[in-house]
Design a protein around this ligand. Structure first.
Ligand SMILES: [Zn+2]
Ligand SMILES: [Zn+2]
Length: 370
């Protein structure tokens, strides 16, 4: 039995205050209400979405507790409604879990039909302003409050915290991209971008029986990393990409995506995962699209079951690949400012252990090397 821990009365959080920047502060930690789950965060990882949220400076998106990727332990579950994992396990204090980035509203047509990925107004962890009833919105904190309806999955024993932390965002997106691409077995797969999503997509494609896997990334260090994650080849962005059946865009620029999609064989499918900047002169060959029966697909949001797919994948294969090497040693909450400024550097993720006092922070590889 896990030790019983008295619920915390306050939480230390990385609070984004818009023009006021990011500060570490303490805020009240009320008990969860019906269906809500209070999490004690063990490790949170800083993904590109956090930086994008700040750069976009969306109106009404602050003050908020930043972050959504993470792994933690259930500290309390609100009374009056059962809180379940994606696969129907009743959540209880002491369970180690990961969670999806977005929480369906539970009332719109899509949510009513069980298609929460298409929810009209999802609650976005770490990306929307805190309210009177939901202040612990993000994972870059000692505690976070998951609203009723959040998609959680248990983390199997043996998967280290730092490896599990990105499962709810990056790995769920990769699982969704593989899912969207359809059949992978026997097909030639090209992944654009060897960041966390791209590496996960490569590894998942290998496990799914891809005939070959090729990574495309402008950075030599990231290309080497892709080979360590199972890619058969890793090419620079201007190299000729051989004929392929599946392209998964996990970070490539729009022009790279259009060019590489030119290598799709008949019946090929390209999946664009994640947000993309508009590139006005990126042109899709519509005539070829029709003639060769190609499919160009956007990803949208992952479904709750993709979080489960991600942890299931990690449980089965995490020891086969150097996941721990692409996450920084855990730092204290005060390191969030630097981590947000430099996410996207030479390691895939900066890890934050919110319970680590600043004086005990491990000094490891810096978040970014020029
Ligand atoms: Zn994310
Ligand atoms: Zn909804």
């Amino acid at each position: 039995m896990p030790p019983v821990i008295a619920p915390a009365s306050s939480a230390r959080v990385a609070l984004w205050e818009g023009a006021g920047g990011i500060g570490v502060t303490s805020i009240p930690c009320p008990p969860p209400r019906a269906g809500e789950v209070l999490i004690r965060v063990s490790v949170a990882t800083v993904c590109g979405c956090v930086r994008d949220a700040i750069r976009e400076r969306r109106l009404g998106s602050w003050p908020t507790v930043l972050g959504h990727e993470g792994v933690g332990v259930v500290e309390a579950v609100g009374r009056g409604a059962e809180a379940l994992t994606v696969d129907g396990i009743s959540l209880a204090p002491g369970m180690r879990v990961v969670w999806a980035r977005d929480v369906g509203c539970g009332t719109c047509g899509a949510c009513a039909a069980g298609a929460t990925a298409a929810c009209a107004e999802p609650r976005e962890l770490g990306r929307q302003a805190m309210t009177d009833t939901w202040a612990l919105t993000g994972s870059l904190a000692s505690h976070m409050l998951l609203p009723a309806g959040a998609a959680l999955a248990l983390v199997p024993a043996g998967v280290p915290d730092a490896v599990a932390a990105p499962a709810g965002c990056a790995l769920a997106v990769a699982a969704a991209a593989i899912d969207r691409a359809g059949a992978i077995a026997g097909r030639r797969v090209v992944v654009l971008g060897a960041g966390m999503i791209g590496l996960a997509a490569l590894a998942m494609a290998v496990e799914a029986g891809a005939a070959s896997t090729t990574a495309v990334d402008p950075c030599a260090k990231r290309r080497r990393r892709a080979l360590a994650f199972g890619a058969d080849a890793a090419l620079d962005v201007d190299a000729r990409v051989p004929a392929c059946d599946v392209v998964i865009d996990a970070a490539g620029g729009a022009d790279t995506f259009v060019r590489v999609s030119g290598s799709l064989a008949r019946g090929g499918v390209a999946v664009v995962a994640g947000a993309r900047a508009q590139v006005p002169d990126a042109v899709v060959d519509v005539e070829r699209l029709s003639r060769d029966g190609l499919a160009l697909l956007g990803l949208g949001r992952p479904s709750p079951r993709h979080v489960l797919d991600a942890v299931t994948f990690l449980a089965a294969t995490h020891a086969m690949r150097p996941w721990a090497d692409i996450v920084s040693p855990p730092r204290g909450l005060e390191a969030v400012v630097e981590a947000v400024a430099h996410s996207g550097g030479s390691i895939a993720r900066v890890a934050i252990a919110p319970g680590t006092p600043a004086s005990a922070v491990t000094r490891g590889e810096p978040a970014h090397r020029p």
